[in-house]
Design a binder for this molecule. Structure first.
Ligand SMILES: C[S@@+](CC[C@H](N)C(=O)[O-])C[C@H]1O[C@@H](n2cnc3c(N)ncnc32)[C@H](O)[C@@H]1O
Length: 234
């Protein structure tokens, strides 16, 4: 399976995500949703923060946020959160946080070692009393996909089209196109080709167990966000 790729106007991060796209995409209701599940003023570490699409609104909601990303061009677009360029796997900060975000379905990576290293980074940066918020594609999302068709949706002013190249043995290879309707089509379409692994809660829990994390419930009304917490005594 090929590495993730992206195309469209502007720079692209190594994972295929387009900087200009993420600078434009609206955050939707996720910042308020996450905020509502955290203590007021909770210290947040956003792993894979990109342009600060979630991090900046969380600062506006009263949280100190450290936005970490492998891409300095992504982080250059962050408005108010503190930033640090690093891979998530190699991050070893001296401090721990009340809340750690691992957004954007990074946990659905098809590489088991990477999933373990992402979860390990979440665990080592989380206070014993803290909570992690992990965004995933639930198994039901994969199970509802028909490889013979494409899927169109909307995110704010954007139309998204998911085109499936293959879906076999829980491995999805697909391209998602994002079109911004506020500008002309050629200047405003981005494509991101990626591979995502279907994970069950049991498999994810087994992988989380190995690094001392317990996977809890999904956020009510937002099945794509799972809450995780440090296993007592780790
Ligand atoms: C799809 S973008 C989303 C950014 C942000 N979470 C959001 O929701 O808008 C994914 C981001 O994760 C970053 N990323 C992916 N894998 C990473 C890794 N292993 N270490 C650090 N950053 C990573 C990419 O550089 C990119 O900026």
């Amino acid at each position: 399976m090929s590495d993730p790729t992206g195309d469209g106007p502007g720079d692209t991060a190594p994972d295929g995500s387009a900087v200009e796209l993420y600078a434009r995409l609206p955050p939707g209701s996720d910042p308020e949703l996450l905020h509502s599940r955290m203590p007021p003023g909770a210290n947040i570490l956003d792993l894979g923060a990109g342009t600060g699409r979630l991090a900046d609104p969380l600062v506006d909601l009263g949280h100190p946020v450290l936005a970490v990303d492998a891409s300095p061009t992504m982080l250059a677009r962050v408005r108010s959160a503190a930033t640090l360029t690093s891979s998530i796997q190699d991050l070893h900060l001296p401090q721990r946080f009340d809340a750690v975000l691992l957004a954007s379905h990074l946990i659905n990576s098809p590489t088991k070692d990477l999933r373990r290293d992402l979860l390990s980074s979440v665990e080592r940066h989380l206070l014993g009393t803290g909570q992690a918020f992990i965004e995933w594609h639930p198994p039901s999302w994969f199970d509802a996909l028909d490889p013979e068709r494409s899927y169109t949706g909307t995110i704010g002013d954007f139309t998204t089209t998911l085109e499936i190249h293959s879906l076999a043995q829980g491995l999805l290879h697909a391209t998602v196109a994002y079109q911004d309707h506020r500008t002309d089509q050629t200047a405003s379409t981005w494509r991101h080709t990626f591979t995502a692994q279907r994970l069950t809660r049991e498999l994810l829990q087994a992988e989380a167990d190995a690094v001392g994390l317990t996977i809890g419930h999904a956020l009510p009304g937002a099945e794509h966000w799972l809450i995780a917490s440090p296993r007592p005594g780790t």
